[in-house]
Every structure is written in C-alpha cells, then in structure tokens.
Design a protein around this ligand. Sequence first.
Ligand code: SF4
Ligand code: SF4
Length: 445
Amino acid sequence: MISLSHSKTFKGGVHPYERKVLTENMPFEFMPNPKQIIIPLTQHLGKAAKPIVKKGTEVKAGELIAEQDGFISSPVHSPVSGKVSKITVGANVIGFPKDAIVIESNETNEIVFMPLLDPEKVTPDEIRERVKIAGIVGQGGAAFPTYIKLSPPPDKKIDVIILNGCECEPYLTRDYRYMIERTNDLIAGLRLIMKAVGVEKGAIGIEDNKPDAIIKLTEAVKDYPNISIEVLETKYPQGAEKMLIKAVTGKEVPPGKLPFDVGAVIQNIGTAIAINDAVAKGEPQFTAALTVSGLGINQPKNLIVPIGTPLSDILDFCGGVKENAVKVVVGGPMMGVAQYDFSAPVMKATSGILVLTDEEVNEHEESTCLRCGKCIDACPLNLIPTKLARLSSLEKFEDAEQLGITVCMECGTCTYTCPANIPLVQWIRFGKQRVMALQKERQSA
Ligand code: SF4
Ligand code: SF4
C-alpha cells in the first residue's frame, strides 16, 4: 500500500482546476502521416540546425535532414519518407516564423534506424554520443539539447538524477500515459541517464493525483534499490526544476544557479523514453507525444505524431473544434502559447494542444491592485510580483533588476491568483526581456 498522506512539496504555488479527466484514460494513438510536413530548423534552444537537403531531395523517415550547428544546437531527422519540396520561412508554435524544411510525404514510410546498442554494455560516452546524434532535446518545454545536460561540468558533483513525473500543468496527460504505458522503457531510460552522468541515485517525482502511475512505477523499481519514487503534493508549479529539487531533496537552488550547483540533474519523462528508444531501438527523435484536450475539441486524445505535422491536421484528426471554442493554446494553460496560425507545426517538445471555450478561458476585466498580497504568497520564488509588474509597466527596469526580475521563471502562478486580473506575468516577462537586453549591452560595453 502506498501512502499519499505525506506528499512532499514547496512553499507557495496554486491549485488550478485540473481537467485531466478529459484524457487521462485515453491510451496513445499513432496519428497517420500528414501529406505535408513542415519541420522548423530550430526545434531546440540554441542555434538552428543546418539543412543538408535541398528542394527535390528524396528522404526516408529517420534520415538526417539538418545537422547540428555549434555546441548548443541539435540535428533534425525526417519523420516521414518523401521529397523535400522547399526550404522556407514558416509559421511556428512559439510565435515567430522560422526557417523550415517542407517535405511531401509518400506512402512507403520506410524508416532508417541507427545501429542498436546494448543498454547493459553501452559506455557513458556512447550514450552521450547517441543522444546527440539522435537529436534528443528536453521534453519539459525549454527543449535544451539533452546531450549537454548529460555532461555536467567536471567541478560539479552530481548526486541524483530526478525524473520529472509531476505534469503539474492542468489538462496535460502525456507524461501520465508514458508512465502507465511505457513503464519499463522509462526506467531503462533513467538507468541510461544515470550511467551517462555517473550517478548512483535516481528518483522519480510524481504528484499524488496519479496513484496508478505511482503504483506501477513502485512495482517496476523494486529490483533497483537505488531508484526511489517520490510522491509529491499536487500543486502548480511542482514540476518547475527548482520546486522539484526542493520537494525531492530538500535543497534550494539559489537565484542565478542551476540544478548542477546543488548536485541534481533533472530530466523529463519523455526525454528518458526518447533516450531508451535511441539506444535500444536505434530511433532518432522524430515524433512528439502530446495531449489534445479542452472542452472545445470534439475528441480529446493522447497522440504520437510526426514532428512537423500542422496543428490543423491534428485538430481535424481529433474530430475538429466545437462552435464554442475561443482559443487554441500549445502547451499547458499556465505557460502555453496562444496560436493564431494553425498551419504552424508540432515540434519535438510540444506537450499539448488545448482548444478552450469561454468557460475555460475565464478572461475578466482588469481592475486596480487590491494590495491583497496573494501574488506574493503564491510566488514559489519569493518574488514580489505586484511590484515587479508595476516597475515594468513604468519602464523602471533598473529597479526591477534590483528586485530580482530575471529570477522569475514565468510560471504564471501570480497571474492565476490575482483577484484584480492583472496580467502580472505578461508585464514581468516584458520587464525581464528588457533587463536582460540591458545586461547584454553592459557586458559588451
Ligand atoms: S511568474 Fe514569476 S513572479 Fe509570478 S509567481 Fe511565477 S516566478 Fe513568481
Ligand atoms: S494579487 Fe493582484 S490584487 Fe493582490 S496584491 Fe497582487 S497584484 Fe495586487
């Protein structure tokens, strides 16, 4: 019997309406290949990949189409067999048009796999190299190239690898389905990460609203005493790196520092599965697993889709949008990005597509600050959101810098909790961008 009564957590945070029930019992379905795939060269944080194909090149699924360009970059593979029709600038789910390779898919769907590696015999260097050439990027949102996180600086002693199984954003159930459907592959992926980093201890942090996943994973790790299942309170943003580390290890990551600095490496559930698939199955990362949900979509689903699939194809595959749908968001409702062009394609790190109705969007008119302090109590990083937002709106960027605006992780908790409906995180994001630009100018002066 697993006790959920002493779940660990962090200070602050909020409890948004979850709505995971819409998709949590929907097993993954594979979406058929669309006719046309649009693959942005920037699937990751860092420099865009460099195309190695041109108009007319025939490609097979799994073949390299753009190579890594620089240290913080990642290669891109074709998710389908077909012919490159153009390299162009196309719509992008992160909001800015980007260079992309467009492929017209054919029926053959031949897949090119990399040679298989034996997970028990593979060396740490071979794991890192495989993760690098497979184009694996973090599935937690930022899409940082994973091979870099597997190579911590030599002066940082890493004690624990933590897999993030919180999935604290409302609606999303992709990670939950992975934990239920691919339990053993997930543990195998975690063991590969531990081997690559040279760490004895592994942990999987899961919110206590996923008892089935907790039971399955607890059973799956019973032969690995060095891997623990950590049951965490269901609270947003429990899955943010700093909050997860605090809940699992009790350690605080100081402002401006990284998980490495307190001896931890965090990886997402989907990333661990992708690492297992690259090593044991020879599969590069050319699909995305995502939840399609919200009261505005006719058939909510969990899907595996080829990267580069346009949002419109996915919405059609899910029965289309309802008449009362008012907003489409890529990601979760707290940190996701509203979409205006449904030709934008799915990327490697896309975790969800939400079609929301008026009832869910809940946009009320903004009023003046009530000085209730709720945003301050809720901020998990002990910032003063009301002041940071005000300073940003007054363009007092240096004062905002002094108050730590660059520490903000843009989780949106403050905005969610504000009874005056002040778009705090939007103002803070604006101020943070300006402060970071100022800091860059100072460095180059
Ligand atoms: S968005 Fe920033 S200021 Fe607001 S709660 Fe999150 S970390 Fe705090
Ligand atoms: S929660 Fe909103 S109303 Fe309350 S102090 Fe913060 S900004 Fe003001």
